[in-house]
Design a protein around this ligand. Structure first.
Ligand SMILES: NC(=O)C1=CN([C@@H]2O[C@H](COP(=O)(O)OP(=O)(O)OC[C@H]3O[C@@H](n4cnc5c(N)ncnc54)[C@H](OP(=O)(O)O)[C@@H]3O)[C@@H](O)[C@H]2O)C=CC1
Ligand SMILES: O=C(O)C1=N[C@H](C(=O)O)C[C@H](O)C1
Length: 267
C-alpha cells in the first residue's frame, strides 16, 4: 500500500491524540507534523505518550503546510478555523480529511467548488464512527415510511457547537426522504423558549450536554400505536478511528469533495 504523509491539525486535542496514535500504529501512514498553539517545538509522539515519532508540533497550519511535505491534513480543531484550514490545505495541494463540526451548508458548497476547480480530493465527515453512519442511513430509510420524527443528540459538556454535526447530517438525510409535515399540535405553545428544540424542516433536534457523555444519538419515529428508536453510542474516541483511517486512504483516490462517510462506504 502507498505510504501517506499526514499533518494533524488539533493534534493535542481529544480527537487529535487518537489520530496520532492511529498514525503511529499504521505502517503506511507517517506523521509529517502536528499543529498545536501550546506544544510548538515538542515531539508529537512524546507529548501524546507513544514515544518519539520524530515529528514536531508547529504553531499553525500555515507553518505546517509550508515546512512539511504532506499528502493529507486531518483536522479536528474548532468551527472558527476549520474552513480557513481547509482552504490553506487545498491551496498547498494537501488533501483535507475533516472531522471538525460547525461547517454550514454555504461553506461546504464553497469548499466543494474550490475542490472541483482544483480537482482536489477532500472529505468532510460529520461522524467517522461506522455505527453512527449506519444509524444515519437507517434513519433516512425509516423516514420514508414514518415521517413523524425527533432527533436527540447527547454529548460531553465541553462541546462547542449545538446541534451536533451528526444531528444536522442526520436531519439532512431524513429530510431528503421525508414527506414535509409540521409535527405536533398546530396550536402548540412553548412555555419556556427552546422547550421543543431546534426546528429543521418541521421536525425537531434536541441537544443534551452532560459530563460523562461522549457522543450519542437517538432518532425516534412515531406512528399510530408504534415507536421506532434508532440509537448509536460512541463510548470512547477510538470508535472514530477506523473511519478516519478509511478516509485518509480514500481521499488519495478522489478529485472532489465528499461530505459524509456514507458516500465512500459500500452500503
Ligand atoms: N467527525 C467526527 O467523527 C468527530 C468530530 N469531532 C469534532 O472535532 C472537533 C474537535 O473535537 P475535540 O478533539 O473533542 O476538541 P478539543 O477541544 O479536544 O481539541 C481541539 C483542538 O483544536 C485546537 N484549536 C482550538 N482553537 C484553535 C484555533 N483557533 N486555531 C488552531 N487550533 C485550534 C486546540 O489545540 P491547541 O490549543 O493545542 O492549539 C485543541 O486541542 C470538534 O469540532 C468536534 O465536534 C469530535 C469527535 C468526532
Ligand atoms: O464534539 C464531539 O465530541 C463530536 N462531534 C461530532 C458532531 O458534532 O457530531 C461527532 C461526534 O458526535 C462527536
Amino acid at each position: 500500500m502507498m505510504s501517506i504523509r499526514v499533518i494533524v491539525a488539533g493534534a493535542n486535542g481529544r480527537m487529535g491524540l487518537e489520530v496520532v496514535k492511529l498514525i503511529q500504529q499504521t505502517n503506511h501512514f507517517t506523521l509529517a507534523c502536528g499543529v498545536s498553539r501550546s506544544q510548538a517545538g515538542k515531539d508529537v509522539g512524546e507529548v501524546v505518550g507513544v514515544g518519539k515519532m520524530n515529528a514536531p508540533f508547529v504553531r499553525s497550519v500555515e507553518e505546517a503546510l509550508t515546512q512539511f511535505p504532506a499528502d493529507v491534513m486531518v483536522d479536528f480543531t474548532t468551527p472558527h478555523v476549520v474552513q480557513k484550514h481547509m482552504e490553506l490545505a487545498i491551496e498547498a495541494g494537501v488533501r483535507p480529511v475533516v472531522g471538525t463540526s460547525g461547517l454550514g451548508e454555504q461553506e461546504i458548497q464553497e469548499l466543494k467548488q474550490t475542490c472541483k476547480d482544483r480537482r482536489m480530493g477532500a472529505i468532510i465527515a460529520p461522524n467517522f464512527a461506522i455505527g453512527a453512519v449506519l444509524m444515519m442511513v437507517f434513519a433516512a430509510q425509516a423516514a420514508k415510511y414514518m415521517p413523524h420524527v425527533e432527533v436527540i443528540e447527547m454529548h460531553h459538556d465541553q462541546k462547542l457547537d449545538a446541534p451536533s454535526g451528526t444531528s444536522v447530517k442526520t436531519a439532512e438525510l431524513i429530510a431528503a426522504n421525508r414527506q414535509e409535515i409540521k409535527q405536533g399540535h398546530p396550536e402548540e405553545k412553548e412555555m419556556i423558549t427552546g422547550a421543543r428544540g431546534a426546528d429543521y424542516q418541521g421536525f425537531r433536534i434536541h441537544s443534551v450536554r452532560l459530563p460523562g457523555l461522549v457522543a450519542h444519538q437517538e432518532v425516534l419515529f412515531g406512528g399510530a400505536g408504534q415507536l421506532l428508536t434508532i440509537r448509536h453510542d460512541s463510548l470512547n474516541r477510538e470508535s472514530f478511528m477506523p473511519g478516519v483511517k478509511l478516509a485518509v486512504e480514500k481521499v488519495m483516490e478522489l478529485d472532489h469533495l465528499v461530505y459524509g462517510l456514507e458516500n465512500i462506504l459500500d452500503l
